[in-house]
Design a protein around this ligand. Structure first.
Ligand code: AKG
Length: 378
């Protein structure tokens, strides 16, 4: 049996080798558009080849400061323990009055999903669970769904004109929302996310292709490293469902040999195909990772499709449901316009076609409560 030190040394080698493989992929740089507004072909090629791309320097210093302030406030307002209606200061806890799924807890450095039937068993392999410090809390929040109702700064990032333009290029100008999440990867504490492919609905569709289950943007507040970041096995988004158990068995551990880390500086935003095999290790590093995660789909992947069950209740997604959920894009665009008036706001084609207008104000804020119960989860 391997000892703790051998595993730590093997992990260290794995991180360094992964960094080198990642650097060789040629899938990072600033967001670039051609004069006609199309996304630069080098980006399009690298995204579809690898299944992910790192957009550098997307969120500016002001925006990151806003997000940091909101994240600190969110953490401060978390329930004092799972199920508690109050935070550590005795105030009503964040999300205590929400009906939708919001806070996800795990034991420190644990793996809540790997090797279980949870989430339709899509995380078949248990990740290694390093020992946490004795003074670590019993459980910590590592993931918050529906986070735009708790953070205007995250809502404004959601309305980022260049990111929405990328979404229109990848998923079509009538693209639709998926969901939003905040991953809080506290150093020395926070759990792994076991290897998985997202997507539940279209794996066996006759017209399945490499983009059927959309993508997630992953904006980085503090940046991310090989040790605390998300790892991806490049190209797996093209392969259909891969045999994760067999891959881990062949590797002899959870260190899949072809995987690469998404390495980002503060303000970088990765785009990651949801079909790509990906996961993250328990954060035994000394660095925080805070990821502002938001995904988009092709309308054709969602309209008339029965989804849900993983993030919210199952339902058939009709045009009215999609339009209602897409109002959050409108709020994001307007919230951003108010904070960054010099930017040209994104024009979302479905709003232009319908003449729909959304204003970010107190009524809209109230309207965001539990908005994620309408997530378009496929
Ligand atoms: O941020 C992470 O650690 C995992 C992200 C992930 O699995 C996802 O967005 O699907």
């Amino acid at each position: 049996m391997r000892g703790h030190d051998q595993d730590a040394a093997a992990m260290e080698d794995y991180l360094r080798a992964g960094e080198q493989r990642a650097a060789a992929l040629g899938n990072r740089g600033r967001i670039r558009f051609n004069p006609d507004g199309s996304l630069h072909e080098d980006i399009v090629e690298a995204y579809w080849r690898c299944g992910f791309y790192i957009f550098e320097d997307v969120l500016g210093a002001d925006e990151l400061a806003d997000i940091e302030a909101d994240v600190i406030d969110i953490i401060d307002r978390l329930p004092s323990e799972q199920g508690s209606p109050v935070d550590a200061k005795g105030r009503p806890a964040l999300a205590a009055d929400c009906q939708g799924a919001t806070l996800f807890w795990s034991k420190p450095l644990g793996d809540p999903f790997g090797g279980t039937d949870l989430a339709s068993g899509r995380h078949p392999v248990k990740m290694s669970e390093p020992e946490a410090a004795v003074d670590a809390p019993q459980e910590i929040v590592y993931l918050i769904l529906g986070d735009l109702q708790f953070s205007e700064a995250c809502l404004r990032a959601y309305g980022h004109p260049q990111l929405l333009a990328v979404a229109a290029q990848i998923n079509g100008e009538d693209f639709v929302p998926f969901n939003e999440a905040l991953f809080l990867k506290e150093p020395g504490r926070v759990a792994s996310v076991a290897w998985h492919q997202d997507g539940a609905t279209h794996w066996d569709s006759p017209n399945w292709d490499q983009g059927s289950h959309g993508f997630n943007f992953m904006g980085q507040l503090y940046g991310c490293t090989a040790a605390n970041g998300v790892w991806v096995v490049p190209g797996t988004h093209k392969l259909g469902k891969v045999d994760i158990k067999a891959m881990a068995a062949a590797a002899g551990s959870d260190r899949l040999p072809d995987a690469v880390p998404m390495i980002c500086a503060p303000g970088d935003v990765a785009i990651c195909n949801r079909q790509a095999l990906h996961g993250s290790f328990a954060n035994t590093s000394e660095d925080w990772r805070v990821t502002i995660n938001f995904g988009f789909h092709r309308r054709s992947s969602v309209l008339g499709v029965k989804g849900g069950g993983l993030h919210n209740a199952p339902a058939v997604y009709d045009a009215a449901r999609i339009a209602k959920r897409a109002r959050v894009i409108g709020y994001g665009i307007d919230a951003r316009r108010q904070r960054f008036p010099d930017e040209t706001p994104f024009a979302y084609k479905p709003f232009v076609d319908d003449g729909a207008e959304y204003h970010w104000n107190e009524t809209a804020k109230a309207d965001l409560k539990d908005y994620n119960m309408l997530d378009l989860s496929i």
